[in-house]
Design a protein around this ligand. Sequence first.
Ligand code: FAD
Length: 234
Amino acid sequence: MDDSQGVTRVHEHGYVRLVEAWGSDEQIVAAARMSTDGAFRGWGTDTEPGDERLLARLWRDRHTSPFEQAGMSLEVRAPLFVVREWQRHRTQSFNEQSARYGALPYDDYLPSIERVLLGGQSKGNRQGSGTAVPHAAAEAWRTELAGLQERAEAVYRLGIESGISRELSRCALTVSRYSRMRASANLRNWLAFLALRLAPDAQEEIRDYARAVATLLAERFPRTWALAKEGMTT
Ligand SMILES: Cc1cc2nc3c(=O)[nH]c(=O)nc-3n(C[C@H](O)[C@H](O)[C@H](O)COP(=O)(O)OP(=O)(O)OC[C@H]3O[C@@H](n4cnc5c(N)ncnc54)[C@H](O)[C@@H]3O)c2cc1C
């Protein structure tokens, strides 16, 4: 779901917000033309082809450095297990909310019943999910998880209210607790992130975030996205 502030909501408590984007499809072409002292010449028309041909050739031939002349900085609110997967992408730069400096708000990711019903252990991918779970088992596990999250919050608050430091009190929290971070990267590396995190073997929750990133990227770099998404399994 998108709103007018450039925020794409993800699940009940999460979002991806565009902080800023730099560069454009035109600037990628202009950067490539540095090698010949040239400039962006314009996109083609129905009858006259233009610089979309050069952009396509750069992408096809993996002439990747011009795609490093553009990028995006995003603010992300996501459960800790998603943040942990996300921060494996070392070519992004991160700043994250400190749970030592302030208490984390009481928002936990509780998977929807639909997600749990189809969240059985995958038979073909030892890391994945996707098989059916009986309704009663799904309901029972989800209720237990909600109870555990409530209990975790109670122990967290008890620690803080008892004068135990925030850095120690957080031991009570689960990886479903939400954190907030800024993630910044050039366009080449955002596209590499999307190729990995939109793919069906990535966990569904980070795929939902990757879809939000793709939406923002497509708005700002529509021609590059049209080329890049061709090679991605989403
Ligand atoms: C479906 C899936 C399952 C995964 N499962 C696991 C898992 O079980 N355990 C686990 O630990 N991780 C796992 N990962 C994380 C994965 O191993 C990568 O760390 C993560 O996807 C980031 O990819 P990357 O290294 O290409 O990205 P980046 O870190 O952004 O790097 C981009 C590119 O830069 C280059 N690069 C960056 N750093 C180095 C370096 N130090 N040396 C050489 N080249 C470098 C590489 O070419 C790399 O592809 C999983 C990822 C996915 C998508």
